[in-house]
Design a protein around this ligand. Structure first.
Ligand SMILES: [Zn+2]
Length: 197
């Protein structure tokens, strides 16, 4: 039996992380082993905690450790503005920019004929429900400037037509660019200059 079997297994798992290939995974694991007390042990403990507690908000799809997330619970966030994003990473990017004070709705992807993803595979029915039952005055479509992102935006705009004010982030979001890759200033500018759909 190889004396490095466990370490190899850890490297294989780490290499599955986005942005890490086998080479970066090997370097990361070596670094963790060298910083066992400072990094490896606390990281292992925290991963166990998050594995046990992380869940999706039943209302908006954000990731947290409660059934309903802090943003949905906070009365301060009940501004009537609902920002629709594809992914939790996009929500976190908007939050980092600090420019949006309302609530979110995470779709969990985009419509895609190719991958057979229809409205009910996403949180679109829940979105329509929220617009009808929460005091939403404006829905801001902050979807990525990809073909699927824009197809999804048009579909949602059709579904909500006449029920609520609909806007989308201004140009400035690069084609194919994901919100998570934008700097905070660009997100803030795109939000301020949002336009009616
Ligand atoms: Zn929530």
């Amino acid at each position: 039996m190889s004396s490095t079997r466990d370490i190899d297994a850890l490297i294989d798992l780490m290499a599955k992380l986005p942005g890490l290939g086998p080479r970066s995974a090997r370097r990361a694991v070596l670094h963790l082993i060298r910083k066992r007390a400072l990094l490896l042990t606390p990281l292992a403990d925290m991963m166990q905690t998050v594995a046990a507690t992380a869940r999706e908000c039943l209302n908006c799809g954000n990731v947290g450790t409660a059934d309903v997330c802090d943003i949905c619970v906070s009365e301060k966030r009940a501004t009537g503005e609902l920002c629709v994003v594809e992914d939790v990473a996009d929500l976190w990017a908007m939050e980092r920019s600090g420019s949006f004070k309302g609530r979110y709705h995470v779709l969990g992807g985009t419509l895609s004929a190719l991958d057979a993803i229809g409205p009910s595979e996403l949180r679109i029915p829940r979105l329509i429900d929220r617009v009808a039952t929460e005091n939403i005055t404006e829905v801001i479509l902050a979807l990525n400037a990809t073909i699927d992102g824009q197809t999804t935006a048009h579909y949602i705009a059709d579904q909500l037509d006449g029920q609520v004010s609909l806007t989308s982030l201004a140009q400035g979001v690069p084609i194919g660019g994901e919100l998570d890759y934008l700097d905070d200033g660009t997100i803030t500018a795109a939000l301020r200059a949002r336009k009616s759909v």
